[in-house]
Unconditional design. Structure first.
Length: 181
């Protein structure tokens, strides 16, 4: 199986989850930022997994990204938002149509405001001809950290849960391939 995990990450949390999902998917899975995920690099993918942080109950926008760079949001003063890669929202808009399998995830706080990006990702992928193979997943982050390290906001156990989900996705793809053969 050829799988690619594409992500947008401002604080390093979504990047850490993307890497954990890829480890669960298996050796050879590509983990790419939005600027690395070119059509050529996606050409052989059987499965595309995409993820982003939750901003204002949806995908980050130019205005929420600008707000993230201007504020610290209660995080450690040394931890700054990385907006050097294009937003996943923009990347999804330029994604060529394809008949591939897909899944989506987001990173957000607990509660009703911590969800929404993954569902928006699935909606955009299916509009491009992709087929969702599982429900969107949310991995939880805290609002405050005492660390300036990337991914410092991830709650304990989230990377392990992401790796398990990646393994589950790999199993779903293998089972589909077996039943279609």
């Amino acid at each position: 199986m050829d799988a690619v995990v594409v992500y947008e990450s401002l604080w390093g949390n979504t990047a850490a989850i993307a890497r954990a999902i890829a480890s669960g998917l298996g050796e050879g899975t590509l983990v790419l930022t939005t600027d690395q995920a070119t059509p050529r690099r996606l050409a052989n993918a059987d499965l595309l997994v995409a993820g982003a942080p939750v901003h204002a109950m949806g995908l980050p926008s130019d205005s929420t990204r600008a707000s993230a760079t201007a504020k610290v949001y209660g995080t450690h003063p040394g931890l700054r938002a990385d907006v050097s890669h294009p937003p996943l929202r923009d990347w999804l808009d330029t994604l060529p149509p394809a008949e591939r399998l897909c899944a989506a995830f987001d990173t957000g706080i607990r509660g009703p405001l911590g969800h929404g990006a993954a569902r928006a990702i699935i909606a955009r992928l299916t509009a491009h001809g992709y087929e969702a193979i599982d429900e969107p997943q949310t991995y939880t982050v805290a609002l405050v950290t005492g660390s300036s390290e990337p991914a410092a906001l991830l709650l304990s156990g989230q990377e392990e849960a992401a790796a398990r989900w990646g393994a589950h996705l790999a199993m779903v793809v293998r089972e589909r391939a077996t039943t279609q053969a």
